[in-house]
Design a protein around this ligand. Structure first.
Ligand code: UDP
Length: 323
């Protein structure tokens, strides 16, 4: 199939483009390169376009597109709280522009990059798809709005879609020359590793008084290549299923911030230094996925489930970072 990967120069999008190409699909990447990297686009052509400039999207549809995968978004929780208009513009209006372009060109299949942030403060854990969706920041709200638009589009226009709600994407395909690179970097695993190899600021732990075994937040880290695999399965699923669907994607195992730092220390070969800081605004204590629906329906079985393997693959990337 020919897949238009919107946001394919970014972290998850570039790994999905890589796996699509590996499995014999043709890829076109559409990206405005605001946070993505030209060097990450290595599987298919790059069209520089911006979802907020609808006329620029036309070039993405100049040859027939079988499905769209949509990763274009602003995705920092704290920033979304301070810049809500930018987040709703980029994530909601941008998605509407993309959906309209798809409709103009008769493209009826979409895999949408969603997030655990649609659930807000969890009332139970692990979080399955039936958990109430009450986002607590504009980022999560913007993603939930798009999920809702996709349900309406299924009804009105017969659009087939799968929303994949990632928990904590981590790791890299270092052998393929791609990995995580944000400026500024805010995510835990890159921050731990960059500080460990002397390429980042001193590491800070945000919050030591959460109701968890060691007082630090628990997250479900899922390898980006396992996420990529779920996207290919979602594509196959849409061949035989109409409607709008959503799946939670995680390994179902939570690790505290301190456990991540210990794992990184084991891999680097020395205990790592860190400072303790105040809680970061909007961080739930525990976020762990129940991914049984993805297992049962998509046949998704993550293969890089060991935290050490995830951290090791991220380290391989950070040691030989290309962008
Ligand atoms: N965190 C931290 N120090 C950092 C970055 C993150 O202590 O430099 C914590 C953060 O407060 C959260 C967890 O690590 O509890 C995971 O944060 P990340 O930003 O990686 O992902 P999020 O859970 O926000 O999607």
């Amino acid at each position: 199939m020919h897949i238009l990967v919107c946001g394919g120069a970014g972290y998850v999008g570039s790994h999905v483009a890589y796996v699509l190409a590996e499995r014999g699909h043709e890829v076109t990447v559409l990206d405005n390169l605001s946070t993505g990297h030209r060097q990450a686009v290595r599987w298919g052509r790059l069209i520089e376009a911006d979802l907020l400039k609808p006329e620029t999207l036309e070039a993405g549809f100049d040859c027939p597109v079988d499905a769209v995968m949509h990763f274009c978004a602003r995705s920092l929780v704290g920033e979304s709280v301070n810049q809500p208009y930018d987040y709703y513009d980029n994530n909601v209006v941008g998605s509407l522009n993309l959906l309209r372009a798809m409709r103009r060109h008769g493209v009826e299949r979409l895999v949408f990059s969603s997030t655990a942030a649609v659930f807000g403060q969890p009332i139970r854990t692990p979080i399955d798809e039936d958990h109430p969706r009450t986002p607590i920041n504009p980022y999560g709200a913007s993603k939930l709005m798009v999920e809702r638009i996709l349900a309406d589009a299924a009804h009105a226009h017969g659009l087939r879609s799968v929303s994949l709600r990632y928990f904590n994407a981590a790791g890299a395909a270092a052998d393929a020359g791609i990995g995580e690179s944000h400026t500024p970097e805010t995510h835990l695993i890159p921050n731990v590793l960059l500080s460990a190899i002397g390429e980042g600021p001193p590491l800070k732990i945000f919050g030591s008084d959460y109701p968890t075994l060691d007082g630090t937040c628990i997250r479900d880290y899922v390898h980006v290549l396992d996420l990529a695999d779920a996207h290919i399965r979602a594509l196959e699923f849409m061949s035989s299923h109409t409607g709008a669907h959503a799946f939670n994607l995680g390994n179902g195992i939570g690790f505290t911030v301190l456990q991540v730092i210990e794992a990184a220390g084991r891999i680097v070969g020395q205990p790592l230094q860190f400072d303790r800081a105040a809680r970061r605004q909007g961080d739930p204590a525990v976020l762990v996925a129940a991914s049984q629906k993805a297992r049962d329906t998509l046949g998704w079985i993550p293969s890089h489930t060991r935290l050490d393997d995830i951290v090791r693959s991220a380290l391989a990337w950070h040691r030989n970072k290309r962008y």
